[in-house]
Design a protein around this ligand. Structure first.
Ligand code: HEC
Length: 254
């Protein structure tokens, strides 16, 4: 009896492992890259974040919201107060109701969130062939190996291998689950014109927008790493003190 149960358990384990291997073979693992914010001393590169914001603003923002970022937050990636104010003011945002009970439009302010492209989910789907462009605020956290995944997804579009049939309006991308994605390749060489003369290749823009979205998902990453480093130093010093104290206390005991 026990043996039978064991055999069933082993068979079930084998089956689930085989299923896992199958799924992993279908979706390509993201390209592994090194990022400026990796490691204990990792930091964001402010010019890269600003380029990434430009890519988000000029390309992705047509379809994707970035819910948790306010214009004020842009000062954290190296824009001055004045620049962030000017960026906010370049948008018309809804406000109200006023004393007459009517909604009205006014220029954006620092406290406003970045405007979202669609009023609601139905409008977003209607404009995208039924597919929903997700909010990108936490995307690098929501996906396994987020930054590498996002980068790979951006540069991974291509022709489907022979025998693979795409659904209508779908695009082949081996990094997306199912290998078909409703989003058309969002980046093409020269899609934006960088102010700092960086060449706007697909790879460059993919890197920059990945950096920007990683920051958007965790603006406090640098502070967290600094704190982690201080805690390690503190623990090291304490360990030294404790060893010294222990030796002193036990010195005369043989
Ligand atoms: C024309 C509209 C459009 C633009 C522009 C666009 N996307 Fe998308 N995006 C979509 C749609 C639609 C989906 C949903 C795809 C699906 O579910 O098959 C999507 C999905 C995604 C996903 C989710 C993938 C996942 O794992 O679920 C990411 C990440 C993404 N887009 C990033 C970007 C970035 C970064 C940009 C700018 C460089 C961008 N998109 C520009 C329409 C767009």
């Amino acid at each position: 009896m026990k043996r039978a149960i064991l055999a069933i358990a082993i068979a079930a384990l084998g089956l689930s492992l085989a299923a896992g291997a199958f799924a992993a073979g279908e979706v390509k693992n993201p390209e592994q890259r090194s990022w400026s914010w990796d490691g204990v001393f990792g930091k964001f590169d402010r010019s890269q974040l600003q380029r990434g914001y430009q890519v988000y603003k000029e390309v992705c923002a047509a379809c994707h919201a970035l819910q948790y970022v306010n214009f004020r937050n842009l000062t954290e990636i190296g824009f001055s107060d004045g620049q962030a104010k000017a960026l906010a003011a370049s948008y018309e945002v809804d406000d109200g109701p006023n004393d007459e009970g009517e909604m009205f439009k006014r220029p954006g302010r620092l406290a406003d969130p970045l405007p979202k492209p669609f009023a609601n989910e139905k409008a977003a789907r209607a404009a995208n062939n039924g597919a929903l462009p997700p909010n990108l605020s936490l995307i690098t956290k929501a996906r396994h190996d987020g930054p590498n995944y996002l980068y790979s997804l951006m540069i991974g579009y291509g022709q489907p291998p022979a025998g693979v049939k795409l659904g209508e309006g779908m695009n082949y991308n081996p990094y997306f689950s199912g290998n078909q994605i409703a989003m058309a390749p969002p980046l093409a060489d020269g899609a934006v014109q960088y102010g700092d003369n960086t060449q706007a290749t697909v790879k460059q823009m993919a890197e920059d927008v990945t950096a920007f979205l990683t920051w958007a998902a965790e603006p406090s990453l640098e502070a967290r790493k600094r704190l982690g480093f201080k805690v390690m130093i503190f623990l090291l010093v304490m360990t030294g003190l404790f060893i010294a104290a222990k030796q002193r206390v036990w010195r005369d005991l043989h």
